[in-house]
Design a protein around this ligand. Structure first.
Ligand code: CP
Ligand code: NVA
Length: 304
């Protein structure tokens, strides 16, 4: 097991499955208000170079529940990579804290942060990926479907950080993963090749949403303009107009399909309000599971 959790592929298939089992156990303990304090007298430094609701609140609540203290450092606090070198922050925080969680722009900064830290580093999103989100997502899928067998995940929209983490999961767990996106907005080709070459999963990148949606167990979407791309939002609205997840997309799958979104959602843009509110939408179970998946990841890293 690696010191850090920067990519889903940092964990083996067995470690992913163990983490999911542990997350279910910790969720049960949390709901039953059991005493569970593996992080007593420990601290987590949370570095945010971008905004966040779920990541901040779920990490802080989870780490506090497990007996520790979490410190929030917002976009104006450190100036990581600008006011101070990334590797200096790694070494300073390693002297104070027991773990770092970071949300950064550049993925290479996340890698550098981990390389120079003597404590575990957990990736809370970069421009490239969002591994904690997809661990929570697959936990949510298992809890709803009861099985990971014969799973078809159809992601609709921008080939972004969420897609890269799904592809990294597909390199570990078997699935039929389809990304339906406009031409020119495909995910990173090396990550697609890595998932395909793993030989575990079927991976398709297409601009044909209608064909993609057929037999989907899950239709998943995300914003069309991610953090750091908001100045492209208006231009992207036109480009992505045919990739909105609406009732007709959900009805076209030919089976009972779940709807997922990492949130925050821009209602009536990438997804209609009706789909967000439908019975098949599991977006709030998904958000809830962020905390339990992350708690399990942190316990696994800490106990290794
Ligand atoms: N899904 C997610 O990471 O949400 P936040 O950006 O609010 O943390
Ligand atoms: N792709 C989105 C995910 C937010 C959780 C972003 O990076 O803004």
């Amino acid at each position: 097991m690696t010191k850090d959790f920067l990519h889903i592929t940092d964990f083996s298939k067995e470690e992913i499955l163990e983490t999911l089992d542990l997350a279910q156990e910790l969720k049960y303990k949390f709901h039953n208000k059991e005493d569970y304090k593996p992080f007593k007298d420990r601290s987590l430094a949370m570095i945010f170079a971008k905004p966040s609701a779920r990541t901040r609140v779920s990490f802080e609540t989870g780490f506090t529940w497990m007996g520790g203290h979490a410190l929030y450092l917002g976009p104006n606090d450190i100036g990581i990579g600008k006011r101070e070198a990334v590797k200096d922050i790694s070494r300073v925080f390693s002297r104070y804290n027991d773990m770092i969680m970071a949300r950064l722009f550049e993925h290479k900064h996340m890698v550098e942060l981990a390389e120079h830290a003597t404590i575990p580093v957990v990736n809370g999103l970069t421009d490239y990926n969002h591994p904690c989100q997809i661990m929570a997502d697959i936990l949510t899928v298992v809890q709803h479907r009861k099985t990971l067998d014969d799973l078809k995940i159809v992601y609709v929209g921008d080939g972004n950080n969420i897609v890269h983490s799904w592809l990294q999961l597909a390199a570990r767990l078997p699935m039929d993963f389809v990304c339906a996106c406009p031409e020119g907005y495909e995910p990173d080709a090396n990550t697609v090749a890595m998932a395909t070459n793993s030989g575990h999963s079927s991976v398709t990148i297409t601009s044909d949403l209608k064909a993609a949606a057929k037999d989907a167990d899950v239709i998943y979407t995300d914003v069309w303009a991610s953090m750091g791309q908001k100045d492209e939002a208006i231009a992207r609205e036109k480009i992505f107009a045919d990739f909105q997840v609406n009732e007709s997309v959900m009805d076209s799958t030919g089976k009972n399909t779940l709807f997922m979104h990492c949130l925050p959602a821009e209602r009536d843009r990438e997804v209609t309000d009706g789909v967000m509110e439908a019975d098949y939408s599991i977006v709030f179970d998904e958000a809830e599971n962020r905390m339990h998946a992350q708690n399990a990841i942190m316990v696994k890293l800490f106990n290794k």
